[in-house]
Design a protein around this ligand. Sequence first.
Ligand code: NAD
Length: 251
Amino acid sequence: MTSDPTGRFAGRRIYLTGAASGIGLATARLLAGEGAALALVDVNEAGLRAAAKETGGHPFVVELRDGEAIDRSVQAAGEALGGLDGVVNCAGVALSAGVDVMDPADWDRVLAINLTAPYRVCRAALPLLKAEKKASIVNVSSGAALVPSNGGASAYAASKGGLISFGKMLAAETAPNIRVNTICPGVVDTPMTAFALRGDPAVATAFLGAYAMRRAAEPVELAEAIAFLLSDQASFITGITLSADGGRSFH
Ligand SMILES: NC(=O)c1ccc[n+]([C@@H]2O[C@H](COP(=O)([O-])OP(=O)(O)OC[C@H]3O[C@@H](n4cnc5c(N)ncnc54)[C@H](O)[C@@H]3O)[C@@H](O)[C@H]2O)c1
Protein backbone atom coordinates (compact mmCIF):
# COMPACT_ATOMS: atom_id res chain seq x y z
CA MET A 1 0.00 0.00 0.00
CA THR A 2 1.08 3.60 -0.47
CA SER A 3 2.19 5.44 2.65
CA ASP A 4 2.12 9.24 2.59
CA PRO A 5 5.44 10.48 4.06
CA THR A 6 3.85 13.89 4.66
CA GLY A 7 0.66 12.43 6.17
CA ARG A 8 -0.90 13.13 9.55
CA PHE A 9 1.12 10.32 11.17
CA ALA A 10 4.45 10.81 9.42
CA GLY A 11 7.23 10.11 11.92
CA ARG A 12 4.81 8.57 14.43
CA ARG A 13 5.55 5.10 15.89
CA ILE A 14 2.50 3.25 17.10
CA TYR A 15 1.92 -0.08 18.91
CA LEU A 16 -1.47 -1.49 17.89
CA THR A 17 -3.16 -4.62 19.28
CA GLY A 18 -5.88 -6.56 17.49
CA ALA A 19 -4.27 -5.67 14.17
CA ALA A 20 -5.17 -8.92 12.39
CA SER A 21 -8.90 -8.29 12.05
CA GLY A 22 -11.83 -5.91 12.09
CA ILE A 23 -11.37 -2.47 13.64
CA GLY A 24 -7.68 -3.05 14.42
CA LEU A 25 -6.90 -4.03 10.83
CA ALA A 26 -8.78 -1.01 9.48
CA THR A 27 -6.85 1.19 11.91
CA ALA A 28 -3.54 -0.30 10.79
CA ARG A 29 -4.42 0.45 7.16
CA LEU A 30 -5.48 4.01 7.89
CA LEU A 31 -2.48 4.87 10.10
CA ALA A 32 0.03 3.30 7.69
CA GLY A 33 -1.55 5.12 4.76
CA GLU A 34 -1.04 8.41 6.59
CA GLY A 35 2.63 7.73 7.26
CA ALA A 36 2.81 5.90 10.61
CA ALA A 37 5.38 3.21 11.43
CA LEU A 38 3.54 0.38 13.15
CA ALA A 39 4.10 -2.47 15.59
CA LEU A 40 1.20 -4.83 14.85
CA VAL A 41 0.18 -7.20 17.64
CA ASP A 42 -2.23 -10.12 17.58
CA VAL A 43 -2.49 -13.81 18.45
CA ASN A 44 -3.77 -14.64 14.95
CA GLU A 45 -0.46 -15.27 13.21
CA ALA A 46 -1.75 -15.68 9.64
CA GLY A 47 -3.93 -12.57 9.85
CA LEU A 48 -1.12 -10.60 11.41
CA ARG A 49 1.39 -11.56 8.72
CA ALA A 50 -1.09 -10.48 6.03
CA ALA A 51 -1.67 -7.16 7.82
CA ALA A 52 2.09 -6.60 8.15
CA LYS A 53 2.67 -7.35 4.48
CA GLU A 54 -0.07 -4.94 3.44
CA THR A 55 0.87 -2.07 5.76
CA GLY A 56 4.64 -2.49 6.14
CA GLY A 57 4.19 -2.83 9.92
CA HIS A 58 6.33 -5.03 12.18
CA PRO A 59 4.35 -8.11 13.27
CA PHE A 60 4.45 -9.35 16.87
CA VAL A 61 2.55 -12.55 17.56
CA VAL A 62 1.46 -12.18 21.18
CA GLU A 63 -1.07 -13.95 23.38
CA LEU A 64 -2.26 -10.93 25.35
CA ARG A 65 -3.06 -13.00 28.44
CA ASP A 66 0.70 -13.41 28.84
CA GLY A 67 1.94 -10.25 30.57
CA GLU A 68 5.61 -11.09 30.09
CA ALA A 69 5.06 -11.64 26.37
CA ILE A 70 3.48 -8.17 26.27
CA ASP A 71 6.54 -6.70 28.02
CA ARG A 72 8.86 -8.35 25.50
CA SER A 73 6.81 -7.21 22.51
CA VAL A 74 6.67 -3.58 23.67
CA GLN A 75 10.42 -3.60 24.23
CA ALA A 76 11.04 -5.16 20.81
CA ALA A 77 8.59 -2.74 19.16
CA GLY A 78 10.44 0.22 20.69
CA GLU A 79 13.73 -1.13 19.36
CA ALA A 80 12.34 -1.86 15.89
CA LEU A 81 10.67 1.54 15.53
CA GLY A 82 13.23 3.65 17.42
CA GLY A 83 10.78 4.51 20.23
CA LEU A 84 7.02 4.72 20.64
CA ASP A 85 4.69 7.72 20.73
CA GLY A 86 1.37 5.98 20.29
CA VAL A 87 -0.53 2.96 21.59
CA VAL A 88 -3.90 1.59 20.48
CA ASN A 89 -5.39 -1.19 22.61
CA CYS A 90 -7.94 -2.66 20.21
CA ALA A 91 -7.77 -6.44 20.71
CA GLY A 92 -10.76 -7.85 22.52
CA VAL A 93 -13.13 -10.76 22.88
CA ALA A 94 -16.88 -10.92 23.40
CA LEU A 95 -18.78 -13.46 25.49
CA SER A 96 -22.45 -14.17 25.81
CA ALA A 97 -23.38 -16.11 28.95
CA GLY A 98 -25.67 -15.36 31.86
CA VAL A 99 -24.03 -14.73 35.21
CA ASP A 100 -25.56 -17.87 36.71
CA VAL A 101 -24.27 -20.21 34.02
CA MET A 102 -20.99 -18.52 33.09
CA ASP A 103 -17.86 -20.56 33.79
CA PRO A 104 -15.69 -18.43 36.13
CA ALA A 105 -12.74 -19.26 33.85
CA ASP A 106 -14.55 -17.42 31.05
CA TRP A 107 -15.01 -14.36 33.27
CA ASP A 108 -11.25 -14.43 33.99
CA ARG A 109 -10.39 -14.83 30.27
CA VAL A 110 -12.54 -11.87 29.17
CA LEU A 111 -11.20 -9.63 31.93
CA ALA A 112 -7.62 -10.72 31.13
CA ILE A 113 -7.84 -9.89 27.42
CA ASN A 114 -10.10 -6.82 27.52
CA LEU A 115 -8.87 -5.09 30.67
CA THR A 116 -5.66 -6.51 32.16
CA ALA A 117 -3.87 -6.70 28.79
CA PRO A 118 -4.39 -2.98 27.99
CA TYR A 119 -3.07 -2.18 31.48
CA ARG A 120 0.01 -4.36 30.85
CA VAL A 121 0.57 -2.77 27.43
CA CYS A 122 0.34 0.74 28.90
CA ARG A 123 2.55 -0.20 31.85
CA ALA A 124 5.24 -1.56 29.52
CA ALA A 125 4.94 1.36 27.08
CA LEU A 126 4.97 4.22 29.60
CA PRO A 127 8.78 4.56 29.84
CA LEU A 128 8.96 4.84 26.04
CA LEU A 129 6.00 7.22 25.79
CA LYS A 130 7.38 9.41 28.60
CA ALA A 131 10.62 9.79 26.66
CA GLU A 132 8.69 11.66 23.95
CA LYS A 133 7.53 15.29 24.06
CA LYS A 134 4.00 14.13 23.31
CA ALA A 135 2.35 10.77 23.05
CA SER A 136 -1.15 9.38 22.83
CA ILE A 137 -2.98 6.23 23.94
CA VAL A 138 -6.38 5.14 22.64
CA ASN A 139 -8.24 2.28 24.33
CA VAL A 140 -11.12 0.58 22.54
CA SER A 141 -14.00 -0.03 24.93
CA SER A 142 -17.62 -0.57 23.89
CA GLY A 143 -21.10 0.90 24.04
CA ALA A 144 -21.86 -2.17 26.16
CA ALA A 145 -19.99 -0.41 28.96
CA LEU A 146 -22.44 2.51 28.79
CA VAL A 147 -25.84 0.99 28.00
CA PRO A 148 -26.87 -2.55 28.90
CA SER A 149 -27.99 -4.64 25.94
CA ASN A 150 -30.16 -7.72 26.08
CA GLY A 151 -28.21 -9.29 28.90
CA GLY A 152 -25.63 -12.07 28.88
CA ALA A 153 -22.68 -9.74 28.43
CA SER A 154 -21.78 -9.01 32.04
CA ALA A 155 -18.12 -10.03 31.77
CA TYR A 156 -17.71 -8.07 28.54
CA ALA A 157 -19.48 -4.98 29.94
CA ALA A 158 -17.49 -5.14 33.18
CA SER A 159 -14.19 -5.41 31.30
CA LYS A 160 -15.06 -2.51 29.01
CA GLY A 161 -16.40 -0.38 31.86
CA GLY A 162 -13.16 -1.01 33.73
CA LEU A 163 -11.23 0.08 30.65
CA ILE A 164 -13.05 3.44 30.63
CA SER A 165 -12.20 4.07 34.29
CA PHE A 166 -8.62 2.89 33.80
CA GLY A 167 -8.20 5.32 30.90
CA LYS A 168 -9.49 8.29 32.89
CA MET A 169 -7.13 7.59 35.77
CA LEU A 170 -4.20 7.02 33.44
CA ALA A 171 -4.96 10.31 31.67
CA ALA A 172 -4.78 12.10 35.01
CA GLU A 173 -1.55 10.32 35.94
CA THR A 174 0.30 10.94 32.69
CA ALA A 175 -0.77 14.46 31.64
CA PRO A 176 0.39 16.70 30.14
CA ASN A 177 2.79 14.77 27.89
CA ILE A 178 0.67 11.70 27.32
CA ARG A 179 -2.99 11.89 26.32
CA VAL A 180 -5.23 8.90 27.05
CA ASN A 181 -8.69 8.53 25.51
CA THR A 182 -11.30 5.82 25.09
CA ILE A 183 -13.54 4.95 22.15
CA CYS A 184 -16.89 3.22 22.62
CA PRO A 185 -17.96 1.68 19.31
CA GLY A 186 -21.52 0.65 18.65
CA VAL A 187 -22.06 -2.33 16.39
CA VAL A 188 -19.37 -2.67 13.73
CA ASP A 189 -19.41 -5.16 10.87
CA THR A 190 -16.51 -7.44 11.87
CA PRO A 191 -16.06 -11.15 12.64
CA MET A 192 -17.03 -10.35 16.25
CA THR A 193 -20.58 -9.40 15.28
CA ALA A 194 -21.14 -11.83 12.39
CA PHE A 195 -23.39 -13.94 14.64
CA ALA A 196 -25.87 -11.04 14.87
CA LEU A 197 -25.46 -9.31 11.52
CA ARG A 198 -25.00 -12.24 9.16
CA GLY A 199 -27.40 -14.83 10.52
CA ASP A 200 -31.19 -14.57 10.81
CA PRO A 201 -32.26 -11.26 9.13
CA ALA A 202 -34.93 -10.76 11.82
CA VAL A 203 -32.24 -10.93 14.50
CA ALA A 204 -30.11 -8.43 12.60
CA THR A 205 -33.03 -6.02 12.16
CA ALA A 206 -33.92 -6.23 15.86
CA PHE A 207 -30.27 -5.70 16.77
CA LEU A 208 -29.91 -2.64 14.55
CA GLY A 209 -33.24 -1.26 15.76
CA ALA A 210 -31.47 0.00 18.88
CA TYR A 211 -29.40 2.36 16.70
CA ALA A 212 -30.77 5.71 15.49
CA MET A 213 -28.86 5.22 12.24
CA ARG A 214 -30.28 1.67 11.83
CA ARG A 215 -27.03 0.26 10.50
CA ALA A 216 -23.72 -1.20 11.59
CA ALA A 217 -20.52 0.79 11.13
CA GLU A 218 -17.82 -0.18 8.67
CA PRO A 219 -14.53 -0.82 10.52
CA VAL A 220 -12.92 2.18 8.83
CA GLU A 221 -15.47 4.49 10.49
CA LEU A 222 -14.07 3.45 13.87
CA ALA A 223 -10.52 3.66 12.56
CA GLU A 224 -11.19 7.31 11.68
CA ALA A 225 -12.36 8.05 15.24
CA ILE A 226 -9.34 6.26 16.73
CA ALA A 227 -6.97 8.10 14.39
CA PHE A 228 -8.50 11.44 15.37
CA LEU A 229 -7.89 10.86 19.09
CA LEU A 230 -4.41 9.56 18.38
CA SER A 231 -3.50 12.56 16.22
CA ASP A 232 -2.42 16.09 17.04
CA GLN A 233 -5.86 17.25 15.93
CA ALA A 234 -6.96 16.08 19.39
CA SER A 235 -4.09 17.86 21.16
CA PHE A 236 -6.31 19.32 23.94
CA ILE A 237 -8.39 16.17 24.43
CA THR A 238 -7.54 13.72 27.17
CA GLY A 239 -9.48 11.47 29.54
CA ILE A 240 -12.60 11.40 27.38
CA THR A 241 -14.88 8.57 26.36
CA LEU A 242 -16.02 9.08 22.78
CA SER A 243 -19.01 7.12 21.54
CA ALA A 244 -18.91 6.27 17.85
CA ASP A 245 -22.14 4.31 17.79
CA GLY A 246 -24.60 5.63 15.20
CA GLY A 247 -26.91 6.93 17.91
CA ARG A 248 -27.14 4.02 20.34
CA SER A 249 -26.12 5.49 23.68
CA PHE A 250 -26.32 9.29 23.21
CA HIS A 251 -23.54 9.34 25.81
N1 NAD B 1 -17.42 -5.15 16.37
C1 NAD B 1 -18.18 -4.47 17.22
O1 NAD B 1 -19.39 -4.29 17.00
C2 NAD B 1 -17.58 -3.85 18.45
C3 NAD B 1 -18.41 -3.04 19.24
C4 NAD B 1 -17.88 -2.46 20.39
C5 NAD B 1 -16.56 -2.68 20.71
N2 NAD B 1 -15.78 -3.48 19.94
C6 NAD B 1 -14.40 -3.69 20.37
O2 NAD B 1 -13.53 -3.37 19.29
C7 NAD B 1 -12.34 -4.14 19.40
C8 NAD B 1 -12.06 -4.81 18.08
O3 NAD B 1 -13.14 -5.69 17.79
P1 NAD B 1 -13.45 -6.26 16.33
O4 NAD B 1 -14.90 -6.13 16.13
O5 NAD B 1 -12.51 -5.66 15.36
O6 NAD B 1 -13.16 -7.80 16.58
P2 NAD B 1 -12.34 -8.87 15.75
O7 NAD B 1 -12.72 -10.17 16.37
O8 NAD B 1 -12.51 -8.67 14.29
O9 NAD B 1 -10.82 -8.53 16.13
C9 NAD B 1 -10.32 -8.73 17.43
C10 NAD B 1 -8.84 -9.06 17.31
O10 NAD B 1 -8.33 -9.26 18.65
C11 NAD B 1 -7.45 -10.38 18.61
N3 NAD B 1 -7.36 -11.02 19.91
C12 NAD B 1 -8.38 -11.55 20.62
N4 NAD B 1 -7.90 -12.15 21.74
C13 NAD B 1 -6.56 -12.00 21.71
C14 NAD B 1 -5.52 -12.40 22.58
N5 NAD B 1 -5.77 -13.12 23.68
N6 NAD B 1 -4.25 -12.04 22.27
C15 NAD B 1 -3.99 -11.35 21.14
N7 NAD B 1 -4.94 -10.95 20.28
C16 NAD B 1 -6.22 -11.27 20.56
C17 NAD B 1 -8.11 -11.32 17.59
O11 NAD B 1 -7.20 -12.30 17.12
C18 NAD B 1 -8.60 -10.37 16.53
O12 NAD B 1 -7.64 -10.18 15.52
C19 NAD B 1 -12.58 -5.13 20.55
O13 NAD B 1 -11.95 -4.64 21.72
C20 NAD B 1 -14.08 -5.12 20.72
O14 NAD B 1 -14.48 -5.46 22.02
C21 NAD B 1 -16.26 -4.07 18.81
